[in-house]
Design a binder for this molecule. Structure first.
Ligand code: PNW
Length: 460
């Protein structure tokens, strides 16, 4: 194993990330309303073992302890998300002071520990009441999101400068509305497209609102672009499959956000679903509002080919609009516990591509891997695979920065083992282990390794 410490320039931000529904628990406390993930996870068959976020890591009651762990690791920054239904139980109207007070305490605790808060406004917990009115399938939700943003930034904008509108709108739109494995669990290609557009519209409406309430804000969005690989001996049909999947995963967001238009050919590839009339005059101007940086989450690359004539498509990618004749092909080993390929070179490629597309500074806002971790007899959690994954990915990113990529920071996913959505608590991504019976936290070997990298960047 390569034990050299990767070197990043001065000021490079080392952080860790979480999301509200995955760690907070306390779903009925202090006036929190129901979210689409409460509904989805309570629906039989939707999550592994019927797991829900009802208790999760009980972070809602453990802020001082969790911030102390961050301090012990030496983190510069902590990326967390605000639960919309804590601020507006039904997604509209006045802000709930008790909901705001929780994030207020969290921010103060972080600042007291010298840790920069990096706040995401939406990491998938839409108020159920808005879902009942059509959720992301409707344009109206964009205005609701801008109002919600005003409440949160109005309350925290005097202390928080780093604001991210949405986490991974691709997942909200297409895992939630087309593939159906995330809340609200629908399986309609057109719903995915509409939702993607309305998510971007919500983002675009929120950007000026954030700036108004926090004039020195650094505003961003976090995407989950994926490097798309074809087979080694790609035919022309395979290359067209790669192009289509690249549009369906990446271009569908890069285009409107950074180029003011859907990518060339995309609306043609989805013409069997829509005439494009969901794009209203002015939408693309709203969506392409100027940002200060881009967040990139990446875990694994996509590998696809054209489905052979007459065959049934393999995998889920063929469900995506415009990708109907596409096969997923096997990932290259070794795989993580998620079955995901571990490719640091692909990670570097997609970070560089993202930087070119947006023309802005980039942060890796999530990256990490899941393994079947256990606390061993010595009381430690030995996770050599995660240590190796971390080293490989940091090394690839350090090389990229040295080659001129404007990458400003890295956030490990995740600070804590947590509720891994449809996979429930089976899949552990933390650099800190959580015992869900006792809520005891144990820093894993990977957490210690990350701390070692961070410490090496501190002045003597
Ligand atoms: C991200 N995919 O989700 C999320 O931002 C996190 O909340 C999550 O815990 C983490 O990655 C690990 O899964 C993704 O299937 C979920 O392509 C699924 C996919 C990508 C990202």
């Amino acid at each position: 194993m390569d034990e050299r410490i990767p070197t990043f320039p001065d000021g490079f931000l080392f952080g860790a990330a979480t999301a509200s529904y995955q760690i907070e628990g306390a779903v009925k406390e202090d006036g929190r309303g129901q979210s689409i993930w409460d509904t989805f996870s309570a629906t039989p068959g939707k999550t592994e073992n019927g797991d829900t976020g009802e208790v999760a890591c009980d972070h809602y009651h453990r802020v001082p302890e969790d911030v102390a762990i961050m301090r012990e690791l030496g983190l510069d920054a902590y990326r967390f998300s605000v639960a919309w239904p804590r601020i507006q139980a039904d997604g509209t109207g006045a802000a709930n002071p008790l909901g705001l007070a929780f994030y207020d305490r969290l921010v103060d605790e972080l600042l007291g520990a010298g840790i920069r808060p990096v706040v995401t406004l939406y990491h998938w917990d839409l108020p159920q009441a808005l879902e009942d009115r059509g959720g992301w399938r409707t344009r109206e939700v964009a205005d609701r999101f801008a109002d919600y943003a005003a409440h949160v930034v109005g309350a925290l904008g005097d202390r928080v400068r780093n604001w991210t509108t949405l986490n991974e709108p691709w997942c909200s739109a297409f895992l939630g509305h087309t593939i159906g494995v995330h809340a609200p669990g629908h399986t309609d290609p057109m719903e995915g497209l509409l939702s993607a557009h309305h998510l971007m519209l919500a983002h675009g409406r929120a950007v000026p609102v954030i700036r108004e309430h926090c004039p020195d804000a650094e505003v961003s969005i976090t995407l989950n672009p994926s490097q798309v690989h074809g087979p080694e001996d790609a035919t022309e049909a395979d290359l067209d499959a790669v192009r289509r999947v690249d549009n369906a995963l990446n271009g569908v967001f890069f285009g409107p956000l950074f180029h003011g238009a859907y990518p060339d050919g995309y609306l043609d590839d989805v013409a069997h679903l829509t005439d494009g009339s969901f794009v209203h005059d002015g939408d693309l101007e709203t969506i392409s509002a100027r940002l200060d940086n881009l967040g990139v989450n990446n875990y694994f690359p996509a590998r696809v080919r054209a489905t052979p004539e007459g065959a049934t498509p393999e995998g889920n990618t063929h469900l995506l609009p415009g990708c109907e004749q596409v096969d997923e092909i096997p990932p290259h080993p070794p795989l993580t516990a998620m079955g995901w390929e571990q490719s640091a070179p692909s990670h570097r490629m997609i970070v560089e591509r993202s930087a070119r597309e947006c023309g802005l500074p980039v942060y890796v806002t999530e990256n990490g891997s899941a393994w079947d971790d256990v606390v061993s007899e010595d009381g430690a959690v030995h996770d050599p695979e995660r240590v190796d994954y971390l080293r490989q990915h940091l090394a690839a990113l350090a090389d990229s920065v040295a080659a001129g990529t404007d990458l400003r920071g890295y956030f490990a996913w995740s600070l804590l083992d947590n509720f891994e959505w449809a996979y429930g608590y089976d899949k552990r991504f933390g650099i800190v282990h959580v015992d869900y019976d006792t809520q005891v936290r144990t820093v894993k070997d990977s957490g210690r390794e990350y701390a070692r990298v961070i410490a090496a960047h501190r002045p003597e």
